[in-house]
Design a protein around this ligand. Structure first.
Ligand code: PLP
Length: 299
């Protein structure tokens, strides 16, 4: 049975003059504290894939990612927890000494295999996948980022974890988007709850990479059917691209972590909080809203 004993994610309030002026309540839902090794949104993305792999009799999980991939990190942890061999195909060279993400994956037992950038670009081709499956017989292959239909299904459960402190106010859920699979799952989960929730909810994704329009397109593609839940992806806060950091984001993170007991990293949670607070400041998030920011991990 593939199940994970998890803590209920703690809720941490954020207070600032700007929030007070706009009468906005902001809480951070700490999904990153739910489990010591398999945290954030990644357990939800992986769980049905792990079950599928087990049901199909696979003993090996194989996936792809860059040298800083939280997905490979989580897959390694899952393999260790549930007794799968794991193989991580790393784009480009494997840094020596290993960076903290790859070191963790290695310590969890993942076999790290470098793949040249030119081969990596073609890794989704059926012929390339068949070659990998032949080399590592009996493997269950997950796409880069772990974003497939089973991941979306798992992330729908996030809708049941949201906690609200007020009633009668517009509700906004904010989350960082890499591939958009987590957002698609959350929106799908909220769609299933329509009628049970008294208040209307809007989902706001902060895109962490430069890919104009592509994230929204990916989310639409990943949703199993049309939805009534309003959602959008903000494309203004990627700071130049995936894992790029502007001096402004750097300053924001330094100030934020000095004032609030919520750790941020620049790739996801930093851009998320920067984007949400900017949306409050410029009035795009309506005065009087209650905002819940999902801290998806990544530290
Ligand atoms: C993977 C990851 C995301 C992005 O999830 P997607 O489903 O790809 O949008 C967000 N935050 C953190 C911390 C992650 O590790």
């Amino acid at each position: 049975m593939i199940e994970l004993p998890q803590q209920l994610p703690p809720l941490q309030p954020i207070e600032s003059d700007c929030l007070r002026e706009h009468n906005v309540t902001l809480n951070v839902l700490r999904l990153d504290l739910m489990h010591p090794t398999l945290h954030g949104n990644k357990w939800f993305k992986l769980k049905h894939n792990l079950r599928q792999a087990r049901d199909e009799g696979h003993h090996t999980l194989l996936s792809f990612g860059g040298a800083w991939s939280n997905h490979l990190r989580a897959l390694a942890a899952a393999g260790n927890l549930f007794g799968f061999r794991t193989i991580g195909i790393v784009r480009g060279e494997i840094p020596q000494p290993l960076n903290p993400v790859l070191q963790f994956a290695h310590d969890q037992g993942m076999e790290l295999v470098p793949m040249s950038r030119s081969d990596y670009r073609l890794h989704r081709n059926p012929a390339a996948l068949a070659a990998l499956e032949a080399r590592y017989s009996d493997c269950y292959v997950l796409p880069e980022g772990g974003s497939n239909a089973l991941a979306v299904r798992g992330c729908a459960e996030l809708a049941g974890l949201l906690r609200w402190q007020t009633t009668g106010r517009p509700r906004v859920v904010g989350l960082a988007c890499g591939t958009g699979a987590t957002l698609a799952g959350l929106v799908w989960g909220l769609q299933q709850q329509i009628g049970r929730d008294a208040e209307p909810i809007e989902v706001v994704g902060v895109g962490v990479l430069k890919a104009l329009g592509m994230l929204a397109e990916a989310v639409t593609r990943r949703l199993p059917a049309a939805v009534d839940i309003p959602w959008q992806i903000l494309e203004r806060y990627h700071g130049g691209g995936y894992a790029r950091v502007t001096p402004e984001l750097e300053r924001f993170m330094t100030q934020f972590t000095a004032r609030h007991a919520v750790p941020l990293e620049p790739v996801y949670s930093g851009k998320l909080m920067f984007g949400l607070l900017d949306q409050v400041r410029n009035g795009a998030i309506p005065v009087g809203s209650e905002v819940l920011a999902l801290h998806s991990g990544g530290l």
